[in-house]
Ligand binder design. Structure first.
Ligand code: PSU
Ligand code: MN
Length: 301
């Protein structure tokens, strides 16, 4: 396999230390340079501070690297949209062609799982898009959650998606959706939505226990932990809904489809909110890194 472990990840695996996987599409396609690189490095610091070892994952010249160096993070961040956005389907092509690739939630889960990493922190997952009944635009992230044994910590899903259909899809696929300190599904920029999570949990230990029981039973697939954005960084729901509607209208007018949809909407929303959405995005990711580290530490006990 074209897979290489970063030195720090190799050490951590050998010493049985808790590890947290981090994705790279959020770096290349989810945020502009240089905030993307700054955030990716802060994510790694946050993981370390909370008792785990970070493993940022991407493809460098066709090789899947689990645990990028700081130089490699900078390289992916600078290249930005020139790097291929890689989900499950894209992995073999990018390897065969020796391309640089940034991994989405789905490809990051696959590579984390191969390396034996059980916990993964990100910002938001892909899901069922609005009007999916017409476009059939449903993120591969949901299928990966259905089959790959990694716990994904996110801030819910943002309202560019149809949250209700996303929850229904996850139910069909047997994916447990937990709310960390909340009964309601967080909506990324805001702490709540009108939809219920499956269960509320209040400690990393409760989550670690759930993971153990699930995987001991060979109930394959991920668990989605939704962690609300810290209150001081949450954004006004009405302002965000308006920004999201505008961004969606523009995507439709420009006929943006396929894998370009999510990065386009993220960049538009950032422009419309004058950068406010980016600030919130950064803080919620760091918050997820801290929680994921605590879950990984508990799971390892
Ligand atoms: N949502 C965000 N930021 C992101 C993404 C989603 O708020 O960067 C990225 C993640 O990598 C996710 C991917 O896995 O977009 C989903 O893309 P798509 O909707 O094309 O499946
Ligand atoms: Mn899609």
């Amino acid at each position: 396999m074209r897979i290489r472990l970063g030195k720090h990840v190799e050490e951590a695996l050998k010493n049985n230390q808790p590890i947290v996987a981090l994705e790279s599409t959020i770096i290349s396609h989810g945020m502009p340079y240089p905030e993307n690189v700054e955030t990716a490095l802060k994510c790694e610091e946050t993981v370390l501070k909370n008792g785990a070892v970070p493993a940022t994952i991407a493809l460098i010249q066709g090789e899947a690297v689990i645990g990028l160096s700081h130089e490699e993070i900078d390289y992916i961040g600078r290249r930005g949209l020139e790097v291929v956005k890689v989900s499950r389907r894209d992995l073999p092509y990018v390897m065969a062609k020796s391309l640089d690739g940034a991994t989405t939630v789905s490809a990051t889960m696959i590579l984390a799982s191969i390396a034996g990493i059980k916990v993964f922190a990100t910002g938001g997952i892909g899901g069922v898009h609005k009007k999916a009944e017409v476009t059939m635009d449903i993120s591969n992230d949901l299928e990966e959650l259905a089959q790959t044994n990694v716990c994904v910590v996110c801030a819910g899903a943002k309202a560019i998606l149809d949250l209700e259909k996303t929850l229904e899809y996850l139910e069909t696929k047997g994916v447990l959706v937990l709310g960390y300190g909340t009964d309601k599904l967080p909506a990324f920029y805001t702490r709540t939505s009108e939809y219920d999570v499956n269960f509320r949990v209040d400690t990393p230990k409760e989550i670690a226990d759930i993971l153990k029981y699930k995987w001991e039973m060979n109930l394959n697939g991920g668990v989605l932990v939704t962690n609300p954005v810290p209150a001081e960084y949450s954004l006004d729901e009405n302002v965000m809904n308006k920004a999201i509607s505008e961004a969606l209208a523009e995507a439709e007018a420009l006929n943006i489809t396929g894998k370009k949809v999510t990065p386009f909407l993220l960049a538009k929303i950032k422009d419309i909110t004058g950068g406010e959405s980016l600030k919130s995005n950064i803080q919620l990711v760091l918050n997820n890194c801290a929680l994921a580290s605590k879950i990984a530490a508990e799971y390892n006990k």
